[in-house]
Design a protein around this ligand. Structure first.
Ligand SMILES: Cc1ncc(COP(=O)(O)O)c(C=O)c1O
Length: 384
Protein backbone atom coordinates (compact mmCIF):
# COMPACT_ATOMS: atom_id res chain seq x y z
CA UNK A 1 0.00 0.00 0.00
CA UNK A 2 2.85 2.46 0.79
CA UNK A 3 5.58 4.00 -1.30
CA UNK A 4 9.13 2.68 -1.04
CA UNK A 5 10.30 6.18 -0.23
CA UNK A 6 8.43 6.05 3.09
CA UNK A 7 9.79 2.66 4.03
CA UNK A 8 11.78 4.15 6.90
CA UNK A 9 13.05 2.23 9.88
CA UNK A 10 10.75 3.74 12.49
CA UNK A 11 12.12 1.71 15.39
CA UNK A 12 13.45 4.03 18.11
CA UNK A 13 17.25 3.99 18.32
CA UNK A 14 19.04 3.05 21.53
CA UNK A 15 19.50 6.68 22.55
CA UNK A 16 15.89 7.74 22.00
CA UNK A 17 14.75 4.64 23.90
CA UNK A 18 17.06 5.47 26.79
CA UNK A 19 15.81 9.07 26.73
CA UNK A 20 12.17 7.95 26.88
CA UNK A 21 13.01 5.65 29.82
CA UNK A 22 14.86 8.44 31.59
CA UNK A 23 11.91 10.82 31.17
CA UNK A 24 9.39 8.17 32.26
CA UNK A 25 11.43 7.56 35.42
CA UNK A 26 10.89 11.20 36.41
CA UNK A 27 14.63 11.73 36.95
CA UNK A 28 15.90 15.24 36.13
CA UNK A 29 17.48 15.71 32.72
CA UNK A 30 20.14 18.20 31.70
CA UNK A 31 19.52 18.65 28.02
CA UNK A 32 22.48 19.74 25.91
CA UNK A 33 20.51 19.30 22.69
CA UNK A 34 17.99 22.14 23.21
CA UNK A 35 17.37 23.96 19.97
CA UNK A 36 13.98 25.54 20.65
CA UNK A 37 14.67 29.18 21.51
CA UNK A 38 11.14 29.70 22.84
CA UNK A 39 11.93 27.25 25.69
CA UNK A 40 15.25 28.79 26.79
CA UNK A 41 14.16 31.75 28.89
CA UNK A 42 14.70 34.55 26.36
CA UNK A 43 12.58 37.67 26.78
CA UNK A 44 10.35 38.24 23.76
CA UNK A 45 8.40 41.42 23.02
CA UNK A 46 5.20 39.48 23.65
CA UNK A 47 2.68 42.30 23.33
CA UNK A 48 4.20 43.55 20.07
CA UNK A 49 4.27 40.01 18.63
CA UNK A 50 0.65 39.34 19.50
CA UNK A 51 -0.46 42.73 18.18
CA UNK A 52 1.35 42.09 14.91
CA UNK A 53 -0.56 38.82 14.46
CA UNK A 54 -3.97 40.44 14.87
CA UNK A 55 -4.13 42.73 11.83
CA UNK A 56 -7.54 43.47 10.33
CA UNK A 57 -6.25 42.75 6.82
CA UNK A 58 -5.97 39.07 7.83
CA UNK A 59 -9.73 38.84 7.40
CA UNK A 60 -9.33 39.07 3.62
CA UNK A 61 -7.79 36.39 1.38
CA UNK A 62 -5.47 37.90 -1.21
CA UNK A 63 -3.14 35.10 -2.22
CA UNK A 64 0.13 35.83 -3.94
CA UNK A 65 2.26 32.77 -4.77
CA UNK A 66 5.47 34.68 -3.98
CA UNK A 67 4.04 36.08 -0.74
CA UNK A 68 2.50 39.41 0.20
CA UNK A 69 4.42 42.38 -1.12
CA UNK A 70 4.60 44.05 2.31
CA UNK A 71 6.31 40.98 3.74
CA UNK A 72 8.69 40.63 0.78
CA UNK A 73 9.59 44.31 1.18
CA UNK A 74 10.61 43.60 4.79
CA UNK A 75 12.82 40.75 3.57
CA UNK A 76 14.35 43.03 0.91
CA UNK A 77 15.04 45.58 3.68
CA UNK A 78 16.85 42.87 5.70
CA UNK A 79 19.23 42.37 2.76
CA UNK A 80 19.46 46.13 2.08
CA UNK A 81 20.84 46.51 5.65
CA UNK A 82 23.68 44.27 4.46
CA UNK A 83 24.17 46.34 1.32
CA UNK A 84 22.48 43.82 -0.99
CA UNK A 85 19.80 44.91 -3.43
CA UNK A 86 17.26 42.12 -3.78
CA UNK A 87 14.37 42.82 -6.17
CA UNK A 88 10.98 41.95 -4.67
CA UNK A 89 10.20 39.52 -7.47
CA UNK A 90 13.33 37.49 -6.59
CA UNK A 91 11.94 36.67 -3.13
CA UNK A 92 9.55 33.84 -2.32
CA UNK A 93 8.00 33.50 1.11
CA UNK A 94 7.52 30.01 2.39
CA UNK A 95 6.49 28.14 5.55
CA UNK A 96 9.87 27.03 6.84
CA UNK A 97 13.27 26.41 5.36
CA UNK A 98 12.49 22.72 5.03
CA UNK A 99 9.67 23.56 2.64
CA UNK A 100 12.04 25.82 0.72
CA UNK A 101 14.45 22.90 0.28
CA UNK A 102 11.56 20.80 -0.91
CA UNK A 103 10.43 23.36 -3.53
CA UNK A 104 13.99 23.75 -4.83
CA UNK A 105 14.47 19.99 -5.12
CA UNK A 106 11.20 19.76 -7.08
CA UNK A 107 12.42 22.55 -9.32
CA UNK A 108 15.86 21.08 -10.01
CA UNK A 109 15.65 17.32 -9.72
CA UNK A 110 14.02 14.38 -11.42
CA UNK A 111 13.76 11.17 -9.40
CA UNK A 112 17.25 9.74 -8.90
CA UNK A 113 19.05 13.05 -9.48
CA UNK A 114 21.61 14.06 -6.90
CA UNK A 115 22.44 16.97 -4.65
CA UNK A 116 25.78 17.37 -2.97
CA UNK A 117 25.64 18.03 0.75
CA UNK A 118 28.34 18.82 3.28
CA UNK A 119 29.37 16.12 5.72
CA UNK A 120 29.05 16.56 8.67
CA UNK A 121 25.83 18.55 8.59
CA UNK A 122 22.22 18.87 9.56
CA UNK A 123 20.47 15.44 9.66
CA UNK A 124 17.14 16.57 8.18
CA UNK A 125 18.63 16.83 4.68
CA UNK A 126 18.43 13.07 4.13
CA UNK A 127 14.68 13.06 4.81
CA UNK A 128 14.06 16.17 2.70
CA UNK A 129 15.84 14.61 -0.25
CA UNK A 130 14.30 11.18 0.24
CA UNK A 131 10.76 12.55 0.20
CA UNK A 132 11.51 14.09 -3.22
CA UNK A 133 13.21 10.92 -4.54
CA UNK A 134 16.51 12.76 -4.67
CA UNK A 135 19.82 11.14 -3.77
CA UNK A 136 22.12 12.82 -1.24
CA UNK A 137 25.76 12.65 -2.18
CA UNK A 138 28.01 13.82 0.66
CA UNK A 139 31.11 15.95 0.12
CA UNK A 140 33.51 16.06 3.06
CA UNK A 141 34.32 19.06 5.19
CA UNK A 142 37.80 18.84 6.62
CA UNK A 143 39.02 20.10 9.98
CA UNK A 144 42.45 21.60 10.36
CA UNK A 145 42.26 24.25 13.07
CA UNK A 146 38.95 25.27 11.48
CA UNK A 147 36.60 23.71 8.97
CA UNK A 148 36.80 24.13 5.20
CA UNK A 149 35.46 22.59 2.03
CA UNK A 150 37.52 19.93 0.28
CA UNK A 151 37.23 20.98 -3.36
CA UNK A 152 39.02 18.01 -4.97
CA UNK A 153 36.64 15.69 -3.05
CA UNK A 154 33.65 17.85 -3.99
CA UNK A 155 34.62 17.80 -7.67
CA UNK A 156 35.06 14.05 -7.68
CA UNK A 157 31.61 13.63 -6.10
CA UNK A 158 29.95 15.48 -9.02
CA UNK A 159 28.22 13.20 -11.51
CA UNK A 160 26.03 13.74 -14.58
CA UNK A 161 23.05 13.50 -12.21
CA UNK A 162 24.25 16.24 -9.84
CA UNK A 163 21.96 19.27 -9.77
CA UNK A 164 23.02 21.37 -6.82
CA UNK A 165 25.63 21.91 -4.13
CA UNK A 166 24.23 22.67 -0.68
CA UNK A 167 26.17 24.91 1.70
CA UNK A 168 25.07 25.75 5.21
CA UNK A 169 26.45 29.15 6.13
CA UNK A 170 27.32 28.79 8.97
CA UNK A 171 27.00 25.06 9.12
CA UNK A 172 25.07 23.15 11.75
CA UNK A 173 26.78 21.68 13.77
CA UNK A 174 30.36 22.63 12.81
CA UNK A 175 29.68 26.36 13.18
CA UNK A 176 31.91 27.45 10.30
CA UNK A 177 31.06 29.93 7.56
CA UNK A 178 31.90 29.32 3.93
CA UNK A 179 34.96 31.57 3.57
CA UNK A 180 35.10 34.18 0.79
CA UNK A 181 37.63 32.18 -1.23
CA UNK A 182 35.64 28.97 -0.89
CA UNK A 183 32.47 30.83 -1.93
CA UNK A 184 34.22 32.16 -5.07
CA UNK A 185 35.60 28.71 -5.94
CA UNK A 186 32.20 27.15 -5.36
CA UNK A 187 30.42 29.67 -7.57
CA UNK A 188 32.99 29.21 -10.36
CA UNK A 189 32.64 25.43 -10.12
CA UNK A 190 28.82 25.57 -10.11
CA UNK A 191 28.72 28.00 -13.04
CA UNK A 192 31.07 25.79 -15.05
CA UNK A 193 29.28 22.52 -14.23
CA UNK A 194 25.72 23.90 -14.50
CA UNK A 195 24.93 23.30 -10.85
CA UNK A 196 22.84 25.51 -8.60
CA UNK A 197 24.07 26.70 -5.20
CA UNK A 198 21.63 26.11 -2.37
CA UNK A 199 22.78 28.25 0.56
CA UNK A 200 21.06 27.70 3.90
CA UNK A 201 21.70 30.85 5.93
CA UNK A 202 19.35 30.38 8.86
CA UNK A 203 22.23 31.06 11.32
CA UNK A 204 23.93 33.78 9.23
CA UNK A 205 23.57 36.59 11.77
CA UNK A 206 25.01 34.67 14.70
CA UNK A 207 28.70 35.33 14.10
CA UNK A 208 30.55 34.89 17.38
CA UNK A 209 33.47 37.05 16.41
CA UNK A 210 34.55 39.33 13.60
CA UNK A 211 32.32 41.18 11.17
CA UNK A 212 29.05 39.84 9.78
CA UNK A 213 29.67 37.49 6.87
CA UNK A 214 28.49 38.08 3.30
CA UNK A 215 25.25 36.47 2.21
CA UNK A 216 25.07 34.26 -0.87
CA UNK A 217 22.09 36.44 -1.89
CA UNK A 218 24.67 38.88 -3.30
CA UNK A 219 26.01 36.32 -5.77
CA UNK A 220 25.13 36.41 -9.44
CA UNK A 221 27.79 34.14 -10.93
CA UNK A 222 25.86 30.85 -10.55
CA UNK A 223 22.17 30.17 -10.08
CA UNK A 224 21.83 30.59 -6.31
CA UNK A 225 19.01 29.94 -3.86
CA UNK A 226 19.53 31.60 -0.49
CA UNK A 227 17.33 30.38 2.36
CA UNK A 228 16.58 32.05 5.65
CA UNK A 229 13.71 32.85 7.96
CA UNK A 230 12.38 33.88 11.33
CA UNK A 231 12.87 30.55 13.08
CA UNK A 232 16.50 31.28 13.95
CA UNK A 233 17.02 34.96 13.03
CA UNK A 234 14.18 36.12 15.27
CA UNK A 235 13.97 33.00 17.48
CA UNK A 236 10.42 32.35 16.31
CA UNK A 237 10.24 28.83 14.80
CA UNK A 238 6.53 28.60 15.61
CA UNK A 239 5.72 31.33 13.07
CA UNK A 240 6.76 29.09 10.18
CA UNK A 241 7.93 32.10 8.19
CA UNK A 242 10.90 31.69 5.89
CA UNK A 243 12.01 32.87 2.50
CA UNK A 244 14.24 32.14 -0.41
CA UNK A 245 16.08 34.63 -2.59
CA UNK A 246 16.88 33.61 -6.13
CA UNK A 247 19.94 35.22 -7.71
CA UNK A 248 22.21 34.38 -10.61
CA UNK A 249 22.73 34.90 -14.29
CA UNK A 250 19.85 35.41 -16.69
CA UNK A 251 17.98 33.66 -18.20
CA UNK A 252 18.41 30.84 -15.65
CA UNK A 253 17.32 33.04 -12.76
CA UNK A 254 14.07 34.16 -14.41
CA UNK A 255 13.25 30.65 -15.59
CA UNK A 256 13.79 29.34 -12.05
CA UNK A 257 11.52 32.03 -10.63
CA UNK A 258 8.76 31.39 -13.17
CA UNK A 259 8.76 27.68 -12.35
CA UNK A 260 9.00 28.23 -8.59
CA UNK A 261 6.00 30.49 -8.82
CA UNK A 262 3.96 27.61 -10.24
CA UNK A 263 5.15 25.27 -7.46
CA UNK A 264 4.32 27.91 -4.85
CA UNK A 265 0.96 28.64 -6.47
CA UNK A 266 0.08 24.96 -6.20
CA UNK A 267 0.42 25.10 -2.42
CA UNK A 268 -0.07 28.76 -1.41
CA UNK A 269 1.23 27.63 1.95
CA UNK A 270 1.90 30.94 3.72
CA UNK A 271 -0.93 32.17 5.90
CA UNK A 272 -1.99 35.82 5.92
CA UNK A 273 -1.58 36.71 9.63
CA UNK A 274 2.08 35.69 9.68
CA UNK A 275 2.85 37.44 6.40
CA UNK A 276 1.25 40.62 7.70
CA UNK A 277 3.20 40.30 10.95
CA UNK A 278 6.52 39.56 9.24
CA UNK A 279 7.74 43.20 9.00
CA UNK A 280 7.21 43.65 12.76
CA UNK A 281 8.69 40.27 13.66
CA UNK A 282 11.79 40.96 11.58
CA UNK A 283 12.14 44.41 13.11
CA UNK A 284 12.15 42.83 16.61
CA UNK A 285 15.05 40.58 15.60
CA UNK A 286 18.01 42.65 16.97
CA UNK A 287 16.86 42.29 20.58
CA UNK A 288 16.59 38.50 20.24
CA UNK A 289 19.96 38.37 18.48
CA UNK A 290 21.57 40.37 21.31
CA UNK A 291 20.24 37.98 23.98
CA UNK A 292 21.07 34.89 21.96
CA UNK A 293 24.64 35.95 21.26
CA UNK A 294 25.19 36.89 24.91
CA UNK A 295 23.94 33.42 25.94
CA UNK A 296 26.04 31.55 23.38
CA UNK A 297 29.18 33.53 24.27
CA UNK A 298 28.66 32.99 28.01
CA UNK A 299 28.10 29.25 27.58
CA UNK A 300 31.08 28.95 25.28
CA UNK A 301 33.32 30.76 27.79
CA UNK A 302 32.11 28.43 30.56
CA UNK A 303 32.71 25.40 28.35
CA UNK A 304 36.25 26.55 27.59
CA UNK A 305 36.90 27.31 31.25
CA UNK A 306 35.93 23.77 32.24
CA UNK A 307 37.71 22.17 29.30
CA UNK A 308 40.95 23.90 30.27
CA UNK A 309 41.11 21.78 33.43
CA UNK A 310 41.48 18.46 31.56
CA UNK A 311 42.96 17.01 28.40
CA UNK A 312 40.68 14.16 27.30
CA UNK A 313 38.11 16.32 25.53
CA UNK A 314 38.56 19.39 23.34
CA UNK A 315 36.28 21.79 21.54
CA UNK A 316 36.60 22.30 17.82
CA UNK A 317 36.83 25.85 16.53
CA UNK A 318 33.57 27.60 15.70
CA UNK A 319 32.77 30.92 14.05
CA UNK A 320 29.02 31.18 14.46
CA UNK A 321 25.71 29.46 15.12
CA UNK A 322 24.29 27.79 18.20
CA UNK A 323 26.34 24.61 18.58
CA UNK A 324 29.76 23.38 19.62
CA UNK A 325 31.45 20.13 18.70
CA UNK A 326 33.46 18.27 21.32
CA UNK A 327 36.06 15.73 20.39
CA UNK A 328 36.79 13.02 22.93
CA UNK A 329 40.14 11.28 22.73
CA UNK A 330 40.06 7.46 22.50
CA UNK A 331 36.25 7.22 22.47
CA UNK A 332 35.25 3.85 21.06
CA UNK A 333 31.76 4.95 20.04
CA UNK A 334 30.06 8.30 20.42
CA UNK A 335 26.70 6.52 20.64
CA UNK A 336 27.94 4.57 23.70
CA UNK A 337 29.32 7.74 25.20
CA UNK A 338 25.98 9.55 24.76
CA UNK A 339 24.15 6.57 26.28
CA UNK A 340 26.50 6.42 29.24
CA UNK A 341 26.14 10.17 29.82
CA UNK A 342 22.38 9.85 29.85
CA UNK A 343 22.23 6.80 32.10
CA UNK A 344 24.96 7.71 34.57
CA UNK A 345 24.87 11.50 34.60
CA UNK A 346 21.40 12.47 33.38
CA UNK A 347 22.92 14.54 30.55
CA UNK A 348 21.55 14.35 27.02
CA UNK A 349 23.91 15.14 24.11
CA UNK A 350 23.80 14.28 20.43
CA UNK A 351 26.44 11.80 19.29
CA UNK A 352 28.44 12.92 16.26
CA UNK A 353 27.12 10.11 14.08
CA UNK A 354 23.71 11.86 13.99
CA UNK A 355 25.51 14.43 11.83
CA UNK A 356 27.70 11.96 9.93
CA UNK A 357 31.07 12.89 11.35
CA UNK A 358 33.64 10.76 9.59
CA UNK A 359 35.20 9.51 12.84
CA UNK A 360 33.97 8.40 16.25
CA UNK A 361 34.38 10.50 19.37
CA UNK A 362 32.36 13.61 18.52
CA UNK A 363 29.58 15.05 20.65
CA UNK A 364 27.42 18.01 19.65
CA UNK A 365 26.23 20.38 22.35
CA UNK A 366 23.78 23.21 22.02
CA UNK A 367 24.95 26.56 23.39
CA UNK A 368 21.54 28.19 23.81
CA UNK A 369 20.41 26.57 27.07
CA UNK A 370 20.20 28.49 30.35
CA UNK A 371 23.69 29.26 31.73
CA UNK A 372 23.37 27.46 35.08
CA UNK A 373 22.01 24.25 33.51
CA UNK A 374 24.62 24.37 30.79
CA UNK A 375 27.48 24.74 33.29
CA UNK A 376 26.20 21.83 35.40
CA UNK A 377 25.70 19.63 32.32
CA UNK A 378 29.26 20.30 31.17
CA UNK A 379 30.59 19.54 34.67
CA UNK A 380 28.85 16.17 34.62
CA UNK A 381 29.93 15.45 31.07
CA UNK A 382 33.57 16.08 31.89
CA UNK A 383 33.33 14.09 35.12
CA UNK A 384 32.53 11.09 32.96
C1 LIG B 1 20.80 24.35 9.08
C2 LIG B 1 19.32 24.40 9.31
N1 LIG B 1 18.49 24.72 8.31
C3 LIG B 1 17.15 24.77 8.49
C4 LIG B 1 16.59 24.50 9.71
C5 LIG B 1 15.08 24.53 9.85
O1 LIG B 1 14.61 25.79 9.76
P1 LIG B 1 13.02 26.06 9.65
O2 LIG B 1 12.51 26.06 11.05
O3 LIG B 1 12.96 27.39 9.00
O4 LIG B 1 12.43 25.00 8.78
C6 LIG B 1 17.40 24.15 10.78
C7 LIG B 1 16.82 23.84 12.08
O5 LIG B 1 17.48 23.49 13.04
C8 LIG B 1 18.80 24.10 10.58
O6 LIG B 1 19.63 23.74 11.57
Amino acid sequence: MFSKRTNWNLEPNALSEALAQHRASGKPLLDLTVSNPTACGFAYAEAAILRALAKRESLVYEPDPRGLQSARSAVAAYYAERGIVVPLDSILLITGTSEAYSFILRLLCDPGDEILVPEPSYPLLGFLAGIEDVELVPYPLVYDDGWRMDFPALESAISPRSRSVVVIHPNNPTGHYVGDRDADCLAALCAERDLAILADEVFLDFALEGPSRPSFASRHDALTFTLSGLSKLAGLPQMKASWMVVSGPEPAKQRALDRLEVIADTFLSMNAPVQLALPTLLALRPEFERQLLARVRANLAELDRQLAAQSRCRRLKIEGGWYAVLQVADAASDEDLALQLLREKGVYVHPGHFYDFSAEGHLVVSLIGRENEFAEAVRRLLSL
